[in-house]
Design a protein around this ligand. Structure first.
Ligand SMILES: Cc1cc2nc3c(=O)[nH]c(=O)nc-3n(C[C@H](O)[C@H](O)[C@H](O)COP(=O)(O)OP(=O)(O)OC[C@H]3O[C@@H](n4cnc5c(N)ncnc54)[C@H](O)[C@@H]3O)c2cc1C
Ligand code: HEM
Length: 386
């Protein structure tokens, strides 16, 4: 909780700092990487730095955190913190790194707000930073402790690499050493580290797309302008060894017997397909509604896996939206207005941000409470900032 001394200072300066965070964060990152160039090798995404996404995510989370402290004193924004902690843990962030980030972030703040900053303002925002950092550090320690091993990265051999629809590829891995393997929950992801042609190492997250547990398979869509997916698609071959993290991610199937709605678009079907697989494997008698949107049938990455799993479940139904329609499909973009939603359903969502915003709004209008809507964002969560 914010101290009585800092509370009014944060309340008064939130609009100013909020309005400057877009300028402060690029200054922060250039200071950080000038002092620690090694952080771009195997930790931060070079593309996110270039396209500005990560700046937006950090800005969004700090502004959201500070305004939460002011508007909901005595509570923490658990959902925001949990998402960041899982992402951090999948990258192996350590406690001492928070001090490094603090130093460079606050140097950037002092620089940007040089004309107005007072020791009182700096002190109050330092308190906000450490409240957030301490909460994250605690969550991340808990996540690390729950793993079957204390390693950040373990080697896995590519046992199979198979095309999965046009432009996507499924990689199936097997352990390349005897490190104990953490059982993954359906819907979780791993971080994958590869070396780029210029020698720089880069990390990206990929949802486990098949069986959860101790299996590891993931499905990637090729992004021609990207750094990691072209290396995975074009360079990594069966028999190669790649490094992956333990599994993380909080968008996992919640216990219960109520209906489940899995809604995805494009490559966003990977976590929902894994949840569907776990329901099929356990012979679940829950009502399951699978909704998927795709540009055309050939692009649907996990088509046979998902249709097979729907077939295996008595209570499952599949509805498909295609921009280039086929017999039995609906036409164009997905809309829940065309769906008879089961009462008391939980919704799991994954796909591009505009798709998720639209489906989430429609779900709320249809009476699904926000607490029962779970979404995964395939990138820094700039939704947090909006
Ligand atoms: C939790 C999570 C789960 C995920 N699961 C999956 C999954 O199951 N399957 C999957 O395919 N993906 C998944 N992703 C996305 C994945 O992690 C990668 O983001 C994706 O593969 C693209 O990575 P890349 O390295 O190829 O592209 P990046 O190098 O990250 O580039 C991303 C985009 O930025 C653009 N860019 C780069 N530089 C600039 C610049 N200077 N200006 C403007 N734009 C620029 C590129 O053109 C590209 O389109 C997931 C992400 C998260 C966070
Ligand atoms: C209080 C301090 C911090 C805050 C508020 C914060 C916030 C965030 C947020 C919001 C994201 C995006 C999460 C998502 O939506 O998936 C993120 C990702 C990330 N964070 Fe942090 N973070 C903090 C500290 C750190 C530290 C100490 C490090 C390590 C030096 C770090 C490294 C990263 C990396 C590498 C990513 C992935 C994004 C990318 O590669 O571009 N963060 N952080």
């Amino acid at each position: 909780m914010l101290s009585d001394k800092s509370f009014p200072v944060i309340e008064a300066t939130l609009p100013l700092v909020g309005s400057r965070i877009g300028e402060i964060t690029p200054k922060f990152y250039s200071r950080l990487f000038a002092a620690h160039p090694e952080l771009l090798d195997g930790l931060f995404s070079r593309s996110n730095q270039r396209n500005g996404n990560q700046q937006q995510a950090l800005a969004g989370s700090i502004a959201a955190f500070a305004s939460h402290l002011v508007t909901n004193p005595g509570t923490l924004p658990e959902t925001v913190l949990s998402r960041i902690a899982h992402r951090h843990a999948s990258l192996g962030i350590t406690e001492p790194q928070y001090q490094v980030v603090y130093e460079h972030l606050f140097a950037a703040i002092a620089d940007d707000l040089a004309l107005v900053i007072t020791p009182e303002i700096a002190e109050a925002w330092t308190e906000v930073y450490w409240l957030m950092a301490d909460a994250l550090i605690k969550l991340e320690k808990g996540l690390y402790a729950a793993q079957a091993n204390g390693k950040m990265w373990t080697p896995w051999k590519v046992a199979a690499k198979a095309p999965a629809g046009v432009g996507s590829m499924t990689f199936t891995l097997e352990p390349a050493d005897d490190t104990p393997v953490t059982a993954a929950l359906p819907g979780q992801y791993v971080s994958v580290k590869v070396t780029l042609p210029d020698g720089l190492r880069q990390v990206r997250q990929y949802s486990l797309s098949g069986d959860a547990g101790t299996s590891r398979s993931f499905t990637t869509k090729l992004d021609d302008g990207g750094e990691v997916s072209p290396v995975l698609h074009n360079n990594i071959q069966v028999g190669d060894v790649i490094e992956i993290s333990n599994p993380y991610g909080e968008i996992t199937l919640k216990e219960g017997d109520g209906p489940v709605v899995l809604a995805s678009a494009g490559i966003g079907c990977t976590p929902t397909a894994s949840i569907l697989r776990s329901l099929a494997e356990s012979g679940s008698d829950r009502q399951v509604l699978v909704l998927h949107a795709e540009s055309n049938l050939d692009s649907w990455a996990l088509r046979s896996q998902m249709t097979d799993d729907v077939e295996r479940l008595d209570g499952a139904d599949l509805q498909l939206w295609l921009e280039q329609p086929e017999a039995g499909s609906k036409t164009g973009f997905m809309s829940l207005r065309e769906v008879d939603l089961p009462a008391n359903a939980s919704l799991y969502l994954c796909g591009p941000l505009p798709f998720m915003k639209n489906i989430r709004n429609e779900a709320i209008n249809a009476g699904i409470p926000a607490t029962k809507i779970h979404y995964e964002v395939f990138g820094p969560d700039i939704w947090l900032a909006s």
